[in-house]
Design a protein around this ligand. Structure first.
Ligand code: GRF
Length: 209
């Protein structure tokens, strides 16, 4: 009887949680960007769907000229720019903003700054990133150029948890993309980016639904 009762409560809790996600209580999410923001746009469009467990409440950029900021502002998302020269001070300011906005998930989307150990510790297991390679291969920059140079047959993209080591946290989801003979870093980047846009929402669904 005891076990049955316990099972019943577990199911009830899970159900309530799912119902919550449909309503106004979606997971409050911040997206960190540095550039074009096409992944931000995809995440935003995904967040409007009923099946999405997240709601985007905050956009952070280290670059005031990031094109993605035009998008976030047009959607009236609170959008903030921080100059990362003094990282410790800036990270503390960001942590305050995250707290103020009750952020429970951070999605890095083309964010070109490295977050400190301390920052990551405070959001352990709640920061995810998208990287345009099949990790653990080609961490860091110029992934497409290096993959083509090494005559790889495939590249792809990876969604992973952020740990203190660059592009090394636990992998959530990956998708392969074929490299063709005629590919340039630019053409490959373009093809992979399209796949990225499908993969990010899928990874979030995998994590929370
Ligand atoms: C993406 O390829 C992402 O994987 C990488 O930077 C690019 C950002 O593109 N980290 P966007 O700003 O989302 O358009």
């Amino acid at each position: 009887n005891h076990i049955l009762l316990e099972k019943f409560w577990k199911i009830k809790k899970k159900l309530y949680w799912k119902i919550d996600l449909i309503g106004p209580n979606k997971i409050k999410t911040a997206v960190f960007i540095s550039g074009t923001g096409t992944n931000l746009k995809t995440l935003y469009n995904f967040s409007l769907k009923k099946k999405s467990p997240i709601k985007i409440e905050l956009v952070i950029s280290n670059n005031k000229n990031a094109k993605g900021l035009l998008f976030s502002k047009s959607k009236k998302i609170i959008s903030k720019v921080f100059n990362f020269k003094k990282r410790v001070i800036i990270e503390n300011k960001i942590l305050k903003d995250l707290e103020k906005n009750k952020i429970k998930l951070i999605c890095l989307a083309g964010f070109m700054k490295i977050l400190s150990r301390n920052f990551i510790r405070k959001f352990r297991g709640k920061i995810i990133n998208i990287h345009p390679s099949l990790l653990p291969k080609y961490k860091g920059l110029n992934t497409h150029q290096r993959a083509i140079k090494n005559n790889e047959k495939f590249s792809g993209c990876t969604i992973h948890f952020v740990s203190h080591k660059l592009d090394s946290g636990k992998i959530i989801l990956q998708k392969k993309v074929k490299i063709y003979k005629q590919d340039t870093p630019k053409s490959l980047a373009k093809r992979i980016l399209k796949v990225e846009h499908k993969l990010y929402p899928k990874a979030i669904i995998k994590l929370y639904c």
